[in-house]
Design a binder for this molecule. Structure first.
Ligand code: AMP
Length: 302
């Protein structure tokens, strides 16, 4: 079924213990759409400036990603983000973020052909633009999931609260769940988020995996044990993208399907961090995903 992804398209400058890259292709929408495209065709909504290279557009066009909703704004500059990872690769510091064209006034362009989308992923970005996108859809999607981060929890609390009333599921990491709720315990924080509106929440805990919580169930998924982490950027976005791609491909939105999709999402995110930017996902095949998924399944059997 149709999957719509809204998120940033960005220039990323990244320093990790394995090396560094300048102005490489990144952004929450880019990572999420790329990861989802292993499972289903994707409709991407984003905005870039006139400095966005056509070579970057071509790298997305090679996948099943519809780019009609990617606006190129004349006279504007693309979002740019600079981040540095510490030795443990779990912690990072944002050295610089320039929202540029993705600033608060960004009102998403939603092509007519996208308005019937049944699965919607609101990848990391302003909750104001997420609300703007939902208002432009023809009807309520079957499944809407949003991802968020500390930046928006701190800067747009009221819009985020409103967004939480309009979505089915929220994905965020453990420190963000604590920041959003003021709770110290992560499970308690996730329960508080359910009281804010969503039917379920997925909390990511870096190398400690992720858990799913709804009013009926709690389920845990470990991270894929990898010895080859090169650049963790986009781990969360590729997780969210693969999750929604797998769900849209199955046409299902029940809790068992979400948990099965979390396993696929873990595997794809695990591949993504084996290279800088999109480098590893650009060589990834469906066969590699399936064989690692089988290995992952065996690891969890006891
Ligand atoms: P992740 O590693 O999954 O948290 O995602 C990192 C990606 O998010 C990078 O490619 C950044 O370009 C992008 N990003 C960073 N800050 C923002 C922001 N404020 N809004 C949207 N995207 C962002």
């Amino acid at each position: 079924m149709s999957l719509l992804v809204i998120g940033s398209a960005a220039f990323d400058s990244i320093q990790t213990p394995s090396g560094s890259r300048e102005k490489v292709i990144g952004g929450s929408g880019v990572y999420a759409a790329f990861a989802a495209s292993f499972f289903t065709p994707v409709r991407l909504v984003s905005v870039v400036g006139e400095d966005w290279p056509s070579a970057y557009t071509e790298r997305l066009r090679k996948r099943a990603i519809d780019l009609e909703g990617v606006e190129i704004r004349p006279g504007a500059k693309t979002l740019s983000w600079t981040g540095k990872y510490f030795e443990n690769l779990n912690d990072r510091e944002t050295l610089e973020i320039r929202l540029n064209v993705m600033g608060e006034e960004y009102s998403p362009l939603v092509p007519e052909s996208y308005r019937d989308s049944e699965f919607v992923l609101l990848a990391n970005g302003s909750p104001v633009s997420h609300l703007g996108l939902l208002a432009k859809l023809a009807r309520r999607p079957r499944l809407t999931i949003a991802d968020t981060m500390d930046f928006y929890i701190q800067n747009c609390p009221d819009s985020l609260r409103e967004l939480l009333r309009q979505i089915d599921g929220l994905i965020l990491n453990d420190s963000e769940a604590r920041l959003l709720t003021g709770e110290k315990n992560t499970i308690t924080a996730a329960r508080r988020i359910l009281e804010m509106g969503p039917a379920f929440v997925i909390v990511k805990k870096g190398e400690n995996g992720a858990f799913y919580l709804s009013r009926q169930a709690i389920r845990l998924i470990p991270a894929y044990p990898s010895e080859a982490v090169v650049d963790p950027t986009g781990a969360g976005d590729s997780f969210a993208g693969a999750l929604m791609g797998a769900l849209a491909a199955s046409g299902r939105s029940d809790s068992e399907s979400i948990i099965a999709a979390m396993a696929r999402a873990t595997v794809v995110a695990g591949f993504n961090v084996e290279g800088f930017s999109l480098e590893r996902m650009e060589t990834l095949t469906e066969g590699e995903i399936e064989s690692r998924l089988n290995a992952f399944r065996t690891m969890m059997t006891f």
